[in-house]
Design a protein around this ligand. Structure first.
Ligand code: AMP
Ligand code: GLY
Length: 430
């Protein structure tokens, strides 16, 4: 099979690494990829949003399967583009069409979808400029803290948690009147705050059959002890000790099955990943958000525990043949530490020469670039270092040893990935 993977982050390096292990993989291309994927595949200098160029690359390279990493091209309709072109229609594609991608692209759409199909989620009220006065009045009646969410894609920054009513009212006005997040905040959800612990569950579905991938916990804040601003994710762990089999069973019955049944009922075809962000509230799952792709850096930990041939599953997904597939998952512990540029998620400088030493863990590239023979930094999140071991403590040790062998001026990483879970592991899993 000839495969084209779209994207350029750590998630894509991890997917490329796993796809390349499949006996079914003849050739792998990545558009645009990064220096990490270049060691496994042919990188193509194509922007994911340039569907015409992606289509041309598929024709030229006789691609059988396209795997879309990030949400952007999905929300912009890459599947719809492929389906409407007679020269591309035969190509399998992992990722939903524009309508399905609205599960991530519009928080208002996904909230109403959950409400229509009985998927447990926080209560919410949607406000636009036309009912701003009503929204401000509603805010005054809400318990604190209050969660405000921009409806559209806002690069992970569209959720603001307000601890006073005055702050919530000012924030609502800033989002709607001053268009704080541009068009993304033309609609805003006022949402009830859920108190609990977060985890993410990943499903690969063809709209009928599905497999549940390993669950993961992401570390979103920049600072140790979950302090400071939100980032794309500074680390991940899988398995998650508090995701007990009983809890995951509830997720399957109350969230996954009703979500897939809802898509079917509404006639929304869906072939791709669903990444379900969950809050465990006293043992009960509530959906915080759907994403229509895998997470980054969750993927690096998740694929490291998949024993099955991932390409076989992706190809079955794209062709609507997932129904009889199963997935084998290693009981081992995977842990990913993200190495970032100093200053991220704010301003940072690029182009620092990276000294890459060796270590026992796997090094997935994200924001790197080749400058001649040298590897230099080229983004906020530079690497994801993933270790897999028999215990969480050992995975931590291996990941941090490897991260310690990689250096550039200003490198930054959290020192506490997985530490909050160490005391739970022995109680629950081993
Ligand atoms: P999202 O962009 O929807 O993933 O939200 C970003 C983060 O905001 C989540 O990972 C949660 O930590 C937090 N969050 C979102 N919605 C809620 C909620 N209803 N209650 C508590 N925290 C929330
Ligand atoms: N790590 C969070 C995300 O990929 O959305």
């Amino acid at each position: 099979m000839n495969v084209l993977l779209i994207g350029s982050g750590g998630r894509e390096h991890a997917l490329a690494w796993k796809i390349k292990q499949s006996k079914q993989c003849d050739h792998l291309w990545v558009a645009p990829g990064n220096p990490g994927t270049a060691t496994l595949a042919h990188n193509l200098p194509i922007a994911p949003a340039d569907f015409a160029a992606v289509g041309q690359a598929c024709r030229a390279n006789k691609i059988d399967l396209v795997v879309v990493g990030p949400e952007g091209p999905l929300v912009q309709g890459i599947r719809d583009y492929f389906e409407s072109d007679p020269t591309l229609q035969h190509i399998g594609l992992v990722g939903p069409g524009k309508v399905g991608a609205a599960l991530e692209g519009s928080k208002d759409f996904s909230k109403q979808f959950m409400q229509r199909h009985g998927v447990p989620t926080a209560k919410a009220f949607t406000v636009t400029l036309t009912n701003l006065a009503e929204g401000l009045h509603y805010l005054a009646t809400c318990a604190l803290p209050i969660v405000l969410k921009a409806d559209g894609l806002a690069a992970g920054k569209g959720v603001v948690i307000c601890t006073t009513h005055a702050a919530a009212q000012a924030e609502l006005r800033a989002m709607l009147e001053q268009k704080k997040f541009g068009e993304a905040s033309a609609k805003v959800l006022i949402e009830e705050f859920l108190r609990g612990i977060e985890l993410s569950v990943f499903v690969l579905t063809d709209g009928d059959g599905y497999v549940v991938l390993p669950e993961a916990k992401d570390y979103k804040r920049i600072g140790d002890g979950d302090t400071g601003p939100n980032t794309g994710g500074m680390g991940s762990v899988s398995p998650v000790p508090f995701a007990t089999p009983a809890f995951l069973q509830k997720v399957e019955e109350r969230v996954i099955k009703p979500t897939l049944a809802g898509l079917q009922k509404e006639g929304i075809p869906y072939r791709g990943f669903i990444f379900i962000g969950l809050m465990n509230v006293e043992g009960e799952p509530y959906v915080i958000e759907y994403n229509v792709r895998m997470g980054d850096p969750e993927t690096q930990s998740v694929v490291s525990r998949i024993e099955s041939d991932l390409l076989d599953l992706l190809s079955a997904c794209a062709r609507g043949q997932l129904k009889n597939k199963t997935i084998a998952i290693s009981p081992a512990h995977a842990l990913t530490v993200v190495m970032a540029s100093g200053g991220y998620p704010g301003d940072f400088t690029k182009g620092h020469v990276i000294d890459v030493g060796r270590g026992p863990a796997h090094v997935f590239h994200a924001g790197t670039r080749k400058a001649g023979d040298q590897l230099v930094t080229d983004g906020g999140r530079v690497f994801g270092i993933t270790a897999v071991a028999g215990s969480l403590a050992e995975a931590r040790a291996q990941a941090y040893t490897t991260a310690g062998a990689i250096a550039w001026p200003g490198k930054y990483l959290r020192a506490d990935i997985g530490m909050d879970l160490l005391h739970l592991v022995d109680d629950v899993r081993s």
